[in-house]
Design a protein around this ligand. Structure first.
Ligand code: HEM
Ligand code: HEM
Length: 140
């Protein structure tokens, strides 16, 4: 029986192991290493804060993840395959380390956030276009 996610140290371990997988991954690793050229020394602590907020409702995460991923999508289009891979590596990491109610909730939260992010990031250009078309057709 594995432990559940209980402390900030558990979150740090989860995040560290997740990004070790991400960096080495054929499908999404290059988005972090080559497209965004992530500075891991600043990114990892931000991610501890993010997950501490989402899992325990604690801490001072300040950021704008939606804007960050929209910008990334402009530099390199994000696809359904990228998000599917992100989720699969995230679930794998949790399942390797933890087991229990919080672990299950964390996978559910990640899945919900990822699916909203995927929709907004990948469908945004289409809806932006619609909002331009709408007022025009209204005037005529
Ligand atoms: C296709 C999937 C994804 C890719 C390729 C991706 C990639 C990235 C990259 C490159 C950054 C910027 C890091 C930096 O330069 O500092 C970032 C930031 C971040 N990502 Fe993702 N990400 C993905 C999905 C997700 C999902 C599903 C979540 C949440 C469940 C998430 C949460 C975050 C957060 C919280 C930040 C920090 C935002 C900020 O600094 O305001 N990402 N991501
Ligand atoms: C890309 C941006 C974000 C999206 C799409 C998003 C979406 C969501 C969704 C759908 C949930 C519910 C998950 C579930 O229970 O199934 C959730 C939970 C949560 N989010 Fe976000 N979120 C984002 C960014 C943030 C940021 C920046 C913070 C804090 C600064 C935050 C704090 C939380 C917290 C504390 C919860 C847990 C609430 C609970 O346990 O009921 N989220 N988020």
């Amino acid at each position: 029986m594995k432990p559940d996610i209980k402390t900030i140290d558990d979150i740090k371990e989860m995040v560290n192991q997740f990004y070790d997988k991400v960096k080495a991954d054929e499908t999404i690793g290059f988005l972090f290493e080559e497209v965004a050229r992530v500075d891991w020394e600043t990114h990892l602590p931000r991610m501890y804060e993010f997950w501490n907020m989402v899992i325990f409702g604690e801490g001072g995460f300040i950021g704008n993840p939606m804007a960050v991923h929209m910008r990334l999508n402009v530099r390199h289009p994000l696809t359904h395959q990228h998000f599917a891979r992100w989720k699969s590596l995230f679930y794998q990491t949790i399942d390797e380390l933890f087991e229990g109610e919080v672990a299950e909730q964390t996978k559910t939260k990640a899945k919900s956030i990822a699916s909203i992010m995927e929709q907004r990031v990948t469908i945004q250009p289409f809806t932006a276009e619609l909002s331009i078309i709408k007022p025009t057709s209204h005037q005529s």
